[in-house]
Design a protein around this ligand. Structure first.
Ligand SMILES: NC(=O)c1ccc[n+]([C@@H]2O[C@H](COP(=O)([O-])OP(=O)(O)OC[C@H]3O[C@@H](n4cnc5c(N)ncnc54)[C@H](OP(=O)(O)O)[C@@H]3O)[C@@H](O)[C@H]2O)c1
Length: 431
């Protein structure tokens, strides 16, 4: 390594990798004058050497032997944008052990085996940066790690999956069904042919685990995250929420109190006045509540080659500057094992819809079930549907376990013909 040239070994040259190469090529001079380092792509590993790529690089630097990139003495920093667990995990650990800083965008890897990677980085005393792994181009992890390092974060709530946000926007604004909105998202390339990871909340849960890890300095893996997706939501739920002044969003919520850390992903009714309610289409946004700074929100493109490459490049410049100066910038500190609160212990407000016989005494019978399970009703609306009535309840804050017990008991009440959707509500009550 010459004094100000940092040579990059790139693992993967797909959507993100090729956009990164283009950004480095186009902005190289500006990066050098701003950051004092010149980035040079030294080697690129791909799976298929014969694939056409829209990057201005000589074919001689491409290889399908990714280990040779990591092991090349001319490579100073490794960028991993292959995705998946293996061989990405092995390659990153290898690079860190060799004292090479690593930048990755790999949420799957970090949310499952992050601990091993953090320890390898700590052990080797080199940077491991992963801003792009959560919310693509939206800066979040660095602000959490650096700008808010001295504050106490209470809660982070994020719309961190663009596919589901697009689907929910269509359902909400055009009255489309889930199936039709998903088909539209697929035709526009926002959703995969197999949309399970997005619509069932797995992708958001992986990001929620990374957010909780950084926000609370806790060891949180994807398996610790309670998860519900959006595939069960009906257009009637969305319309009913709208009538009550709410928008439904898939939220990743990480919160900490004296009893531990709770991390969950589920559809949530958000009051239309809340800033997260106005995040439309495939955009992402993350809302932070912290002791001293109060409320903060970050908004932008959570996916796409260029936005994601922008975040990768920010990390790369950071790591390159640290390498040149002989320092380290990016430690996440010691992660501690904090108690993970089970979903049953989490408190929130709820929306609950019942179809009941429209006759005297029914309301009292139903209200008694709520009362017996310590769930207090905040508001109730009644709509006539023939001989039946539809009752829509919003509760005060209640424990998830108590709400479940209430629902269970209501199913045994003879005048309750159907227990419809149950949704969590972002309320106006203090946490
Ligand atoms: N795309 C986004 O919007 C986005 C947003 C946030 C985070 N990310 C993350 O960024 C990473 C990359 O995503 P992407 O969309 O760029 O993926 P992609 O388009 O599928 O690109 C993957 C690249 O890795 C290469 N590759 C696959 N297996 C390999 C192996 N065993 N050895 C060497 N190279 C291998 C592929 O080679 P070939 O080209 O020869 O097939 C391809 O160039 C993932 O972790 C993803 O989760 C992506």
């Amino acid at each position: 390594m010459t004094e100000d040239v940092v040579r990059v070994g790139l693992l993967g040259c797909g959507h993100v990798g090729s956009a990164l190469v283009r950004l480095i090529t186009e902005n190289g001079d500006a990066i050098e004058s701003r950051a004092g380092v010149r980035l040079e792509i030294a080697k690129v590993a791909v799976r298929n050497l014969s694939r056409e790529r829209d990057v201005a690089l000589p074919s001689s630097i491409f290889t399908n032997d990714s280990a040779s990139v990591v092991g090349d003495p001319d490579v100073d920093i490794v960028v991993e944008v292959i995705g998946g667990i293996e061989p990405a995990r092995e390659l990153i650990v290898e690079a860190l052990k060799a004292g090479k800083p690593v930048v990755t965008a790999n949420k799957e890897l970090l949310s499952n085996v992050g601990k091993e990677l953090f320890e390898a980085a700590e052990g080797a005393g080199v940077d491991l940066l992963f801003e792009a792994s959560v919310a693509g181009g939206v800066p979040l992890l660095r602000p959490l790690r650096e700008s808010l390092a001295g504050d106490r974060i209470h809660r982070v709530m994020g719309i961190v999956n663009g596919t589901t946000n697009y689907i929910l926007t269509r359902m909400s604004e055009s009255g489309a069904s889930f199936t039709d909105a998903l088909a539209e998202a697929q035709s526009l390339g926002y959703a995969e042919r197999d949309p399970t990871a997005d619509v069932e909340g797995f992708d958001a849960a992986a990001k929620a685990a990374i957010i909780a890890t950084i926000a609370f300095g806790a060891r949180v893996v994807a398996g610790d995250v309670y998860r519900e997706g959006i595939s069960e939501l009906t257009d009637a739920d969305i319309a009913s929420a709208r009538d009550l002044g709410y928008t439904v969003k898939l939220l990743a919520i990480a919160e900490e109190d004296a009893t531990g850390v709770a991390v969950r992903v589920h559809p949530t009714m958000i009051p239309v006045q809340h800033p997260l309610a106005s995040v439309r289409e495939s955009f992402n946004a993350i809302f932070i509540e912290a002791e001293a700074v109060g409320e903060l929100m970050f908004y932008g493109r959570g996916a796409g080659g260029e936005p994601t490459a922008s975040a990768v490049l920010g990390d790369l410049i950071d790591a390159a500057k640290n390498l040149v100066s002989g320092g380290r910038g990016a430690t996440i500190g010691a992660l501690v094992r904090k108690p993970i609160r089970p979903i049953d212990a989490v408190e929130t407000q709820f929306y609950l819809q019942l179809e009941v016989a429209d006759q005297p005494g029914v309301l009292a019978e139903i209200a008694a079930q709520f009362g017996q399970h310590s769930v207090s009703i905040k508001s109730m609306q009644q709509v006539g549907i023939g001989a039946d009535a539809r009752l829509i309840f919003i509760t005060h804050r209640a424990r998830e376990a108590d709400l479940r017990a209430t629902v269970h008991a209501l199913r045994d009440v003879s005048s309750v013909h159907r227990v419809g959707s149950v949704l969590r509500v972002m309320g106006d009550e203090p946490a």
